[in-house]
Design a protein around this ligand. Structure first.
Ligand SMILES: [Zn+2]
Length: 218
């Protein structure tokens, strides 16, 4: 079984476990049963924070919602920083109160997010999704107790994610497709090749990681 920890386009194919990422204000109705819910930094302008928070609270409590996110900070998008900080901290708070891990969207804000982690001292796992940075950044996040989720970047010839995946301990990573036009099976295949392990072993490893998802505290 392949586990896709973060997708915006679930395939609903048999033999897959897919977590559909749903954000407040999303027009498209979710189709997968298993979901993560969050306040996406790209889609915050003009929303009523009180309404968004109420939605998040209600959604977060649902059994089929297995994680909070994506949520995070993005220095490249146009959303005002203060608004991003406010929404992200709502998501951190909810992740802690409902006891579900946090799936993080981070663009050029690694140190800011780690500073928040120090401040909040969360019990829940923080997973940096769509990780495509170098080993130094990977190690900084791993040292801070975070996990990494790799996706389409692994299929690019020269992505720094290739080295980072090789350097990542087996119990600290996940795989995903996000909104890329790639299949989770291709991501698994490439990961097995890069780490030099048998596909079956990789499947087993990621099953264990997923089972421990909510309890990974470092
Ligand atoms: Zn995403």
């Amino acid at each position: 079984m392949f586990i896709n920890i973060h997708t915006h386009h679930p395939t609903l194919l048999p033999g897959l476990l897919e977590i559909e990422s749903v954000y407040f204000g999303q027009v498209k109705a979710p189709v997968a049963n298993m979901r993560s819910v969050g306040l996406h930094p790209w889609f915050l302008e003009g929303i009523e924070m009180e309404v968004a928070n109420k939605w998040l609270h209600e959604q977060a409590a649902l059994k089929n919602v297995v994680a909070i996110g994506e949520a995070g900070l993005d220095k490249v998008c146009k959303t005002p920083w203060d608004l991003q900080l406010l929404a992200f901290q709502h998501c951190i708070e909810i992740s802690e109160s409902v006891g579900k891990p946090l799936i993080i969207h981070c663009v050029r804000a690694f140190s800011e997010i780690l500073a928040l982690k120090k401040q909040w001292k969360p019990r829940q796992t923080w997973v940096f999704h769509g990780f495509d940075k170098n080993v130094l950044t990977a190690e900084m996040l791993l040292r801070a107790g975070c996990c990494l989720s790799f996706g389409a970047a692994l299929l690019r010839e020269k992505s720094p994610a290739l080295q980072s995946l090789r350097a990542c301990p087996g119990d600290r990573f996940f795989l995903e497709t996000d909104d890329a036009a790639v299949s989770i099976s291709a991501v698994y295949e490439r990961t097995a090749e890069l780490r030099g392990i048998k596909p079956g072993k990789l499947e087993g490893l990621l099953k264990v990681n997923f089972a421990r998802f909510e309890y990974l505290v470092f």
